[in-house]
Design a protein around this ligand. Structure first.
Ligand SMILES: NC(=O)C1=CN([C@@H]2O[C@H](COP(=O)(O)OP(=O)(O)OC[C@H]3O[C@@H](n4cnc5c(N)ncnc54)[C@H](OP(=O)(O)O)[C@@H]3O)[C@@H](O)[C@H]2O)C=CC1
Ligand SMILES: N[C@@H](CCO)C(=O)O
Length: 430
């Protein structure tokens, strides 16, 4: 192949886990990339907060202390933003890169979840694109699958486990019998947690990712604020065990679907069948399930984080740009994305309800009455052996609307037999 095209020149802002990985791939796979892209990919300049030793050779690259200055350099073609954060330096530098006519490759789901539409419009006005494969499910090429391979499908539903930290905690709870707090501390020691751990365990990070997938799947403007979010902090070992007894596993599951009621987006802990692909997902691995009208169901599984997998995704985007492949940021021009109408009511499902009751005559009957009054039908009910005056109770309902479950739970509070807060988890058919 002739290599007549000039090299594609990168400016990389961020030399942490992901940035280092990108530098390593460019340095080790130069020939392979040139062969595949038809031109070389070069790093021209980098930026970070400090110039400390990072275990990689950066001597050939210019260093910019200010990422905005890096983004504006006339000698770069693509600005690679791998700093993180949805305000501050990441936003300012991305805007500066676009204003200077650069394409942007980013791993930053928070930035795009909050500012994706404005940034995509700005990029389009300059004839540029923002690519963000690494921002959703790390090494899994799900953005490419949706924007390219499945572009001929009307998407019906996208689901997935998209936060490795939460899946690690939940699967280790089952495997080790250790509680949430112990495993949260283990994740902190292993360096798995985001700088603000609530982004992980509060479901926010995964919610960011889901909002980006919704936009591509349904041609809508990113609407992170409309994602129903619930974290995994209240999941007890008892929940893990009871779910297992019922043939389920608990996952922090994202679901986005366009319904007659509007766009439904939720990232919440759910029970999924233990023998389903999602139920069998272990540790920090991610899984995304894509359902299109022509293709049916596609399941993609792989590492959702870490230096190699995330840098692999960044480089996939870089190589696309080097080849001249320029897909619109969200798979179609941002000006054509519609404003999503958030679903007024979420789809009904069976529910898992766990609560603690005072162990006295009529307690269970009062709870059953509340469910009946809210129009919720009981499928199964269990009260396990216990000591003392508090009885742990599990109820599985028939299909019920979330509003009816909320109504029942509100009624429980007035019975005088409830101890603490009940936990209500959706049972998702996947
Ligand atoms: N780590 C992962 O597995 C994954 C990360 N991502 C996303 O990738 C992005 C980067 O993540 P990660 O590599 O883990 O983050 P790190 O914290 O490891 O690295 C961040 C880098 O950005 C630099 N930086 C931060 N603020 C500034 C600033 N104001 N000016 C210049 N440089 C700055 C830091 O500099 P210094 O080193 O000097 O402090 C550091 O090199 C985030 O958006 C993250 O959500 C996405 C998928 C997976
Ligand atoms: N904190 C994220 C990193 C990848 O986005 C996770 O645990 O999946």
């Amino acid at each position: 192949m002739t290599q007549s095209l000039p090299p594609l020149r990168l400016g990389i802002a961020g030399l942490g886990t992901v940035g280092r990985g990108v530098v390593r791939i460019v340095q080790t796979h130069g020939a392979l990339i040139a062969a595949r892209a038809g031109r070389r990919v070069e790093i021209v300049a980098v930026s970070a907060r400090s110039q400390k030793d990072r275990g990689i050779d950066l001597s050939a690259y210019a260093f910019e202390a200010d990422p905005v200055a890096l983004a504006q350099r006339p000698d770069i073609d693509v600005f690679v933003e791998v700093m993180g954060g949805h305000e501050g330096a990441a936003k300012a530098a991305t805007e500066a890169a676009i204003a200077s006519g650069k394409d942007v490759v980013t791993a930053n789901k928070a930035l795009l979840a909050h500012h994706g539409q404005a940034l995509a419009l700005a990029a389009e006005a300059k004839g540029r694109v923002i690519r963000f494969e690494a921002a959703v499910a790390g090494g899994i090429p799900v953005i490419k699958a949706l924007t390219e391979g499945l572009a001929g499908n009307a998407m019906k539903r996208v689901m997935g486990v998209m936060n490795g930290t939460c899946n690690y905690i939940l699967t280790r709870m089952e495997a080790t019998g250790q509680g949430y707090n112990v495993l949260f501390d283990e994740c902190a020691k292993l360096g798995y947690l985001e700088a603000d751990p609530n982004l992980d365990v509060g479901g926010i990070d995964a919610g960011h990712k889901l909002s980006l997938l919704s936009s591509i799947a349904f041609g809508t403007q990113v609407a992170f604020d409309a994602v129903e979010l619930q974290g995994i902090q209240n999941i007890l070992l008892d929940d893990i065990r009871m779910a297992k007894d019922l043939g389920y596993r608990i996952k922090l599951l994202g679901v986005t679907q366009m319904t007659g009621r509007g766009l439904e987006q939720r990232m919440t802990p759910c029970l999924v069948p233990a023998d389903s692909p999602l139920g069998q997902l272990q540790g920090g691995t991610n899984m995304v399930v894509l359902e299109g009208d022509s293709v049916g169901q596609i399941v993609m599984r792989g590492p959702g984080a870490g230096e190699g997998p995330t840098a692999s995704a960044v480089m996939g985007d870089v190589i696309d740009l080097a080849r001249g492949t320029r897909v619109s940021t969200f798979g179609q021009p941002a000006s054509t994305l519609t404003k999503a109408i958030p679903a007024k009511a979420q789809a009904p499902s069976a529910w898992y309800l766990r609560m603690t009751l005072l162990d006295k005559p009529g307690a269970l009957a009062k709870i059953a009455t509340c469910l009946g009054e809210a129009g919720v039908s009981i499928d199964q009910m269990r009260q396990n052996g216990h000591e003392g005056i508090h009885a742990p109770v599990l109820i599985v309902t028939h299909k019920a609307a979330p509003a009816d479950i909320a109504d029942a739970v509100a009624r429980f509070a007035g019975t005088g037999v409830l101890v603490g807060e009940p936990v209500a988890l959706r049972i998702e058919e996947v």
